[in-house]
Design a protein around this ligand. Structure first.
Ligand code: SAM
Length: 229
């Protein structure tokens, strides 16, 4: 069972997506569990403050260190003493605490494979201009980016990572073979695939795929798989 703990200001953004595949089956079969933690519940005051201006000046607000610290303390079930050595303590468990940020390690299929073998993954979703730098420095084990572009929050990155990881948990995808022959599984992109009709307004399916000659079809697919960059 792989447990995800998501720290976010917008838990409602996840709900619809998590009601569908591959999550639906993973939850039903107890292969994965996802808990959403609203950062607002860890605000520094009764008004619900979680963000502040940046020291040294700059546009916009960033998420403050204290609410994220408090959320992590709850999620990890740590004492203040354990929080002092956060990286060391969290790193010693089969757990990863991941800050989502454009400055992180680039997410790809091999990162997804490594994550799929863990028992707990905490994802910290930033918002606004980002997150107080002390979180990255002291209170996470990894920082991950889903690509060289900037989104408004970590929620879509969190969903992308969870979906890629959950698909790799044995039993989530019914035809497990599918995940083994998909793009990236062997360092290559998947070959082109076609369905009915054979001829759509003059656009024809490659002849070889209609022959039933499995050896030749395999060879055609091998040749037509593109290498990843
Ligand atoms: N000011 C930050 C910068 O220039 O790098 C961008 C902050 S972004 C508007 C707000 C949040 O969205 C980030 O803290 C992060 O959690 C998330 N985010 C945006 N782009 C991302 C990406 N490519 N990968 C992962 N997280 C991303």
């Amino acid at each position: 069972m792989l447990k995800f703990e998501i720290i976010t200001l917008f838990p409602e953004l996840f709900k619809e997506h998590l009601n569908n595949m591959p999550f639906k089956r993973a939850f039903k079969k107890n292969l994965a569990e996802i808990k959403l933690h609203n950062l607002r519940d860890y605000a520094i005051d009764k008004r619900g403050t979680v963000d502040g201006t940046t020291y040294g000046g700059g546009v916009g607000m960033i998420l403050m260190v204290e609410p994220i610290y408090k959320a992590l303390k709850t999620v990890m079930n740590y004492t203040d003493e354990q929080m002092k050595n956060f990286k060391q303590n969290a790193g010693a468990e089969k757990t990863r605490v991941i800050l989502l940020s454009p400055n992180g390690v680039k997410f790809n299929q091999s990162v997804a494979e490594k994550l799929s073998g863990l028992s707990k993954i905490v994802l910290i979703c930033g918002r606004y201009e980002g997150v107080d730098a002390r979180i990255q420095e002291y209170f996470c084990t990894d920082t991950v980016s889903i690509g060289d572009y900037v989104l408004s929050g970590g929620e879509i990155p969190a969903l992308a990572i969870m979906e890629a990881v959950v698909r790799l948990i044995p039993g989530t995808i019914l035809k497990e073979e599918a995940t083994k022959i998909e793009s990236f599984a062997d360092g290559k992109l998947e070959y082109p695939q076609y369905s009915k009709p054979e001829n759509f307004m003059g656009l024809k399916v490659p002849e070889i795929l209609l022959t039933g000659n499995h050896r030749k079809i395999e060879e055609w697919r091998r040749v037509n798989s593109r290498k990843t960059q």
